[in-house]
Design a protein around this ligand. Structure first.
Ligand code: SF4
Length: 281
């Protein structure tokens, strides 16, 4: 039995469809604009078995007989412990059809990816922070060469999504155009989804820029559309919203406590956890 553990601050259930997000905290990168408090190892240490029980129990309590359709494993950085992640994917695959990995891509080389696909992984979302290598190093502490190679390698093996955060005057349309050109060169079948997300100054670790203006995002989007068929703005939870007003997130803590968090609660708690994790560094 796998006795390894990762720190879990919470898991999240979607109100829109039977989908769960698993947050594995801790990260190898130290992105200046990171707005995840999960950059540090916070939450409760849990084995894969404990985590699977939490997902099964909370999703059946919330969705009833409707089976989970999708799980997104995110962080922090989900790939830090390879044995743990492979085991987690393989156990999730036993009851969930779509198993998605959200990663900065640095550790996801060919052998690791193949192992995850073998275990049941169906989609990878790469967060590509910047095109320029020096800029990437400044922003994350690491070169992007391995990530670009890992994206190229993953093409054709698994469904692929690439995300970039638009950071005014730092990662702006010039950087985003270069990334879109790179993706279009490897994506002959035009199947990669490229998503442009917005920098959020209030939630970021370092206030390196302001929030982008809507017209800047639109301009970046129209540039990307010249290269890519599947380009979109924003996160999937926003795009897929069918209900008029999102009421909140269903947060499940490691001990099974369920909390409905409004957007305001979510921002407030994240700020607190972020402040705690910054002080702890
Ligand atoms: S943005 Fe993602 S990759 Fe960067 S430090 Fe935060 S959790 Fe890690």
């Amino acid at each position: 039995m796998n006795k390894e553990h990762r720190h879990i601050p919470f898991i999240t259930l979607s109100e829109l469809k039977p989908r769960v997000w698993i947050t594995l905290s801790d990260c190898n990168f130290k992105c200046k604009g990171c707005f995840s408090f999960a950059r540090e190892p916070i939450g409760e240490p849990m084995t894969v078995g404990q985590l699977i029980s939490l997902v099964k129990k909370s999703s059946s309590d919330y969705y009833g007989d409707t089976p989970l359709k999708e799980v997104v494993i995110t962080g922090g950085e989900a790939t830090l412990n390879r044995h743990y992640l492979v085991d987690l994917v393989s156990q999730l695959k036993e009851f969930i059809a779509e198993v998605v990995l959200d990663t900065n891509g640095y550790l996801l080389d060919d052998a690791y990816l193949e192992e995850l696909i073998e275990a049941g992984l169906t989609e990878v979302m790469f967060d590509l922070k910047a095109w320029d290598e020096k800029l990437h190093e400044w922003y994350t502490g690491y070169s992007n060469k391995r990530i670009l190679a890992n994206i190229r390698n993953a093409y054709g093996k698994v469904k692929l999504v690439v995300n970039t955060v638009y950071i005014p005057e730092i990662v702006d349309e010039r950087e985003i155009e270069k990334i879109a050109r790179f993706l279009s060169e490897i994506d002959k079948r035009k199947v990669i989804d490229y998503r442009i997300n917005r920098f959020n100054r209030a939630l970021s670790h370092e206030k390196i820029s302001r929030n982008p203006y809507p017209e800047e995002i639109e301009r970046a989007y129209s540039i990307v559309s010249k290269y890519m068929k599947n380009s979109v703005i924003g996160k999937s939870c926003v795009r897929e919203r069918k209900i008029k007003e999102k009421t909140g997130w269903i947060t499940v803590l490691p001990d099974g406590t369920v909390k409905r968090r409004s957007l305001a609660d979510y921002r407030e708690e994240n700020k607190k956890m972020l402040a705690k994790s910054v002080t702890a560094v």
